[in-house]
Design a protein around this ligand. Structure first.
Ligand code: IPM
Ligand code: MG
Length: 368
């Protein structure tokens, strides 16, 4: 039996709680005959507390050796005062950078049962199915110089640098077009070419790749601020949105809320395909953060984390039937009304994190 090596990095806040529910799902698939092997390590504030770094070299090595990394969440007020280079988020950024995970895929799907949980009107979000393809290893997150310096007069000056090269834009553009071809054949590229040079280059490169390789896919260019507005005005006009690291961070939080809750949105971060093995490095994480306010209370919605494992089944292991079954199980559980507080129907009783995980396992059993 082939074995798939998973590295679990639960992290901080609600990370460990939602990861425990994924472990139930992994065990279920293992019992049904799929060879998953799991290892667990620390990341974020948890790693800082134990080792004074946001991720250890040993954990990085395990991530390099794994077939897929499942990542919970990092950060929280407890680590507000730690040095910037070892703050919890630095662990996640190192994983993305060192594993070369340039393509972040964030699908926003509004489950029929949840159309009323969105803060937008039902007709705006019902049936929504879009994907945000976010560039993840470039842009202002990593550009140099990145510094905070004290000037002679005692005031301070902070600099972040937005940088993109042709190659970085080309590869993320191809991911978006390939994705669109399997869907509704439309790509919307979001940048700020009206004020940023990186936006000018972004638009040029996307147009060039479109013309040369994907002329049969519809392409539109949207300014990123307008994209944010259109996402809340009429999100169903989009199919695939491709954008840079920072705009993608922001637009995907909007995407998440369209679906009802930040607790619903999974994501996949993928590297380039290894020409020899055909494999990609991959990390799967919920779009939500560590939610310190509800951590440890068993209130967190584990669906974004479980859905992220579903994306691992699909993208890392080619287990399409299994991924479909898991998605179906999630949809059925939502439809049955078993929901955490963030998405509970008005007046309905909310259940806890573990109840949702257990219900999804039961549903998987029924669907078998
Ligand atoms: C995300 C998060 C991260 C980001 C943080 C935790 C560094 O917001 O994955 O969207 O900004 O990329
Ligand atoms: Mg974010």
């Amino acid at each position: 039996m082939a074995t798939h090596k998973l590295l679990l990095l639960p992290g901080d806040g609600i990370g460990p709680e939602v990861m425990r529910e994924v472990e139930k799902i992994v065990s279920w698939f293992r019992k049904s005959g799929i060879g998953f092997e799991t290892e667990t390590d620390l990341v974020g504030g948890a790693a800082y507390d134990a080792h004074k770094v946001a991720v250890t070299d040993a954990a990085m090595q395990r991530a390099q050796d794994a077939d897929a990394v499942l990542f919970g969440a990092v950060g929280g007020p407890k680590w507000d005062a730690v040095p910037y280079n070892v703050r919890p988020e630095a662990g996640l950024l190192r994983l993305r950078k060192d594993l070369g995970l340039f393509a972040n895929i964030r699908p926003a799907i509004c489950y029929p049962a949840l159309a009323d949980a969105s803060s937008l009107k039902r007709e705006i979000v019902e049936g929504l199915d879009i994907v945000i393809v976010r560039e993840l290893t470039g842009g202002v997150y990593f550009g140099e110089p990145k510094e905070l310096v004290t000037l002679e007069d005692g005031s301070q000056r902070a600099v972040d640098t937005q940088v993109y090269t042709t190659g970085e834009i080309e590869r993320i553009t191809r991911v978006a077009f390939e994705m669109a071809k399997t869907r509704r054949n439309k790509v919307s590229s979001a940048e700020k070419s009206n004020v940023m040079k990186t936006g000018v280059l972004w638009r040029q490169v996307v147009s060039k790749i479109h013309k040369a390789e994907y002329a049969d896919v519809e392409l539109e260019h949207v300014l990123a601020d307008n994209a944010a507005m259109q996402l809340v005005r009429n999100p169903k006009q989009f199919d695939v949105i491709v954008t840079d690291n920072l705009f993608g961070d922001i637009l995907s939080d909007i995407g998440a809320m369209l679906t009802g809750s930040l607790g619903m949105l999974p994501s996949a971060s993928l590297g380039a395909e290894d020409p020899k093995t055909g494999k990609r490095k991959a990390l799967y994480e919920p779009v939500h953060g560590s939610a310190p306010d509800i951590a440890g209370k068993g209130l967190a919605n584990p669906i974004a984390m479980i859905g992220s494992f579903g994306m691992a089944l699909r993208y890392s292991f080619g287990l399409i039937e299994e991924a479909d079954r898991l998605d179906k199980a999630i949809a059925n559980v939502l439809a049955s009304g078993t929901r955490t507080k963030d998405i509970a129907a008005p007046g309905a009783n909310a259940v806890g994190t573990q109840d949702v995980g257990d219900a999804i396992v039961r549903e998987l059993e029924t669907l078998r």
